[in-house]
Design a protein around this ligand. Structure first.
Ligand code: TYD
Length: 208
């Protein structure tokens, strides 16, 4: 199922999705948009942050289940995505099930993340910020905290997995109405924000 007015940003760590979200939040039209991210601010998301920070070590399968549980609350919960859409808001989020298919696809194989994520609704637009890990890693090196996936080898595999997953979705009947926009994430911040707005401004919510 595709949810109208639902938009997802994806990419490997350091691809620049957060910067673009910040720009969108400062637009006057943002009053019609609910913004959020995964992992969420719920307890599941907080626990996942500990896992990502290396404080808690789990079997990769457990991590895949936890991301799916966190997502279930994000989608179906009281203040979740479905309710925002019902309340006539657009929803734009940083990371969604494609992150699980890519990152957990690398750590525990494709099968489990696919199974855990097959029931979730799909966005009307998926933006994929594509960048080589060598470049994205130089962007995140300046941060204080590094997370378990933030290394060249892991992100190289994750990027490949993302690209495979996107190819699969392009050919999927149930995803034929999901628009996939590939962004060259090495372009300037301004250039990327123009491209993004050219697509988001066409959402039904801004044209009714
Ligand atoms: P990120 O979105 O980059 O946030 P921050 O900039 O605050 O670190 O980090 C989230 C990490 O979680 C990122 O490395 C990808 C990972 N992740 C998964 O492995 N699976 C998932 O399903 C999701 C949503 C995120």
């Amino acid at each position: 199922m595709i949810l109208n007015n639902f938009v997802v940003f994806e990419g490997i760590d350091g691809a620049g999705t957060s910067t673009q979200l910040k720009i969108l939040k400062s637009r006057p039209e943002s009053s019609k948009i609910d913004f959020s991210a995964e992992p969420t601010d719920c307890e599941t998301g907080k626990f996942l942050r500990q896992v990502l920070g290396g404080k808690v070590e789990l079997d990769p399968k457990t991590t895949a289940y936890l991301f799916a549980a966190d997502r279930a609350e994000h989608v179906y919960g009281k203040n979740g995505i479905i309710n925002s859409i019902k309340n006539n808001k657009a929803v734009i989020i940083d990371r969604y099930l494609f992150s699980s298919l890519a990152y957990q696809g690398v750590s525990c194989g494709k099968e489990l993340p696919r199974k855990l994520n097959e029931g979730f609704p799909l966005p009307q637009i998926l933006f994929f910020f594509d960048i080589a890990p060598e470049k994205s890693l130089t962007r995140i090196k300046s941060r204080d905290v590094t997370e378990i996936y933030e290394n060249n080898e892991y992100l190289t595999q994750t990027r490949k997995q993302y690209l495979d997953v996107i190819e699969e979705y392009k050919n999927l009947e149930s995803a034929k109405d999901m628009k996939i926009i590939m962004i060259d994430a090495t372009q300037s911040v301004e250039e990327i924000s123009k491209i993004i707005w050219s697509h988001i401004s066409k959402l039904p919510i801004f044209n009714s």
